[in-house]
Design a protein around this ligand. Structure first.
Ligand code: SF4
Length: 339
């Protein structure tokens, strides 16, 4: 995300890769010309204009070779000592959506590249044979759009057929893209935690943030998932600093959350409140530049308080109110600690 700024901060000759760099590494190792890759060399070449938006190479990702990784990385075994956390497995890359604050579409691209289901299962199997039972499907989002539902079904069916017992998985999910068959497979394959990032319970704000969610569909799909037998934890991400937030939209968000509690049970659903950061190459950055919140040529890596304050993105009218809430909770927690 900061590839333009890095050219003044890294030693001459450093190769700055934008994005995944798999093909770049291969070419480097083989001593081939890599000037057409998404990269530049500090002090020698300049990043091409709009390099961040160039499409990543359409590589079909095969399973990680854990035997090899284990042989070259002494710390590898540390991660396999306990089985109390999830180990990441990627099933696809990219996201076609336009959520205004998100950098995934720039980092991984808007074109979704599905990893072959057999390769994903092969990777899980290697971990399973090393004692791992919890997997985090580390995709930008597990079901990016309706047209990828058949791929998700194929993968989950193959996981089921693989015979791996007592496994669990978790992921970030677009809950507007669920079907009865998918819900059933999710439960049968051991999904025991998922996150949905609706940001607000106000449909109007979700539209303004360009998230493409229909909140009613999300609720209906959550009911279907519950009816399919899902009885585990759900985390719902909300942000209080979205564009045009008002007291009324916060009330709508609370009402929405109460409905989710009714579906999953209040003890099963946790609201995760996070503040959207303003990042380069996003629609939110464009918005900030158009509205004079940021000045053209600003340095997104600057740690100066006057820049950092803007990048933390807490617009009025609620910015000051949340400042007060934060200050109150900070003092309460300090008092609690000292007593
Ligand atoms: S759906 Fe998720 S990954 Fe995709 S653009 Fe929106 S926030 Fe980013």
């Amino acid at each position: 995300m900061f590839y333009k700024q890095l050219k003044t901060q890294l030693p001459q000759g450093t190769i700055v890769s934008v994005g995944e760099g798999e093909k770049l590494l291969e070419k480097l190792v083989q001593g081939q010309d890599f000037s057409d890759e998404r990269c530049y060399v500090v002090g020698k070449t300049q990043p091409r204009k709009g390099m961040i938006y160039e499409w990543p190479t359409a590589i079909e990702k095969t399973a990680c070779n854990y035997e090899y990784i284990q042989s070259i990385w002494p710390e590898f075994d540390y991660y396999f000592q306990e089985n109390d956390f999830y180990i990441g497995v990627q099933t696809k890359r990219g996201c076609p959506h336009n959520c205004c604050y998100c950098v995934y579409t720039a980092v991984e691209g808007k074109q979704v590249r599905i990893n072959p289901a057999d390769e994903v299962v092969k990777e899980m199997r290697q971990l399973y044979d090393r004692g791992i039972r919890n997997f985090w499907l580390t995709d930008a989002t597990f079901i990016p759009a309706k047209r990828f539902i058949p791929d998700a079904i194929e993968l989950l069916q193959k996981i089921l057929d693989s015979g791996m017992k007592n496994i669990h998985w978790a992921s970030y999910i677009r809950a507007d893209n669920l079907t009865a068959e998918l819900c059933d497979l999710m439960v049968k394959t051991g999904m025991n935690y998922f996150e949905i990032g609706i940001t607000s319970g106000s449909q109007e704000l979700v539209r303004k943030m360009r998230m493409g969610y229909n909140l009613r569909t999300v609720l209906q799909n959550c009911r279907d998932l519950k009816n399919a037998g899902f009885n585990d934890l759900v985390s719902v991400n909300y942000s209080f600093n979205v564009i045009d937030k008002t007291y009324d939209t916060i009330r709508q968000t609370i009402a929405y959350h109460r409905e989710l509690e009714r579906i999953f049970g209040a003890d099963k659903i946790e609201p995760a409140i996070f503040f959207i950061g303003l990042q380069p190459h996003t629609h939110l950055e464009e918005y900030a530049l158009e509205n004079n919140i940021l000045k053209p040529g600003y340095n997104p890596m600057s740690l100066m308080p006057w820049t950092a304050k803007k990048l933390l993105w807490n617009p009025e009218p609620l910015g000051s109110f949340f400042g007060e809430v934060f200050r109150g909770s900070l003092f309460t927690s300090l008092e609690h600690k000292s007593s």
